[in-house]
Design a protein around this ligand. Structure first.
Ligand code: SAH
Length: 250
């Protein structure tokens, strides 16, 4: 049985960061369901008669309900159409892929995931730093900023802070005040270096460095909006400061 549905990562914005495989698969699609973080230039790989359905949300508007998207994927596949679900970055990172995979499994539809470059990789590249650095820490944690609003989630934030991992926070910029307070309460140092990267890899990309104490103020003053990532941890120190810090330790 051939694949009927592809969950495809369109990468972080720069169309050159689309994989060859994603480009080929886009070209197979009869129907494309497209999220709003996807650079529509990647649709140049689609067949001219492919149906394109935009299912994302823009500027705080309500997005197409997930159940509707899953149903549409199933019904189109059952008609014999090849469906490509295009998502920003990597479909498996905060891409709501679980719901769609469940719908495919429930209906016996063959699906395949085509990975993409996630925003965290693009943000590190934008900053000119490695995402992991063995001289600084054990690794990174990809975290959603959504849960900062839930008081009962404090144990989770305390564990993250104690881990010493670099925190790469998706969907956190609009909740920055709350997030900062939560992290400080969870034991993070106010001096912890932070980077904010807006639209990593796109032409409109911007990056700002600050500390945890000034994170929310910086987001406000610099008017940084979604899509943006917050990267928090020693690995985000300015390279010069970092070098001297390492030299002092030696
Ligand atoms: N699947 C996507 C993430 C989807 S969640 C991926 O792998 O990248 C949406 C969040 O991702 C945004 O709110 C923002 O925090 C982040 N994001 C996506 N693209 C981004 C980009 N180009 N620059 C910075 N952050 C980005």
């Amino acid at each position: 049985m051939p694949t009927q549905v592809y969950l495809v990562g369109a990468g972080p914005g720069d169309p050159e960061l689309l994989t060859f495989k994603a480009a080929r698969v886009i070209g197979l699609a009869d129907v494309l369901l497209v999220d709003d973080l996807v650079n529509t230039r990647v649709l140049s790989h689609a067949k001219p008669n492919a149906r394109v359905v935009y299912v994302g949300k823009r500027g705080g508007c309500v997005s197409t309900p997930q159940a509707f998207i899953s149903k549409l994927m199933v019904s189109e596949a059952q008609k014999g159409h090849i469906v490509v679900r295009l998502k920003g970055g990597d479909p498996s990172v905060f891409g709501r892929a679980a719901e769609e995979i469940a719908a495919m499994r429930d209906t016996g539809i063959r699906y395949e995931i085509v990975p993409g470059i996630t925003a965290a990789s693009a943000a590190a590249a934008q900053l000119g730093v490695p995402l992991t650095d063995r001289s600084i820490g054990h690794g990174v944690a990809l975290v959603t900023g959504h849960t900062a609003e839930e008081e009962e989630d404090e144990t989770h934030w305390r564990a993250l802070v104690a881990s010493g991992l670099t925190l790469v926070i998706y969907m956190g910029v609009s909740r920055c005040d709350r997030l900062t307070r939560t992290l400080l309460r969870a034991g993070a140092s106010a001096h912890l270096p932070c980077a904010i990267v807006h639209a990593a890899s796109a032409q409109s990309a911007r990056e700002v460095r600050t500390t945890l104490l000034h994170l929310a103020k910086t987001v406000r003053l610099e008017k940084i909006e979604s899509p943006a990532l917050l990267l928090i941890g020693q690995a985000m120190a300015e390279p010069v400061a970092l070098r001297s810090a390492l030299a002092a330790q030696a």
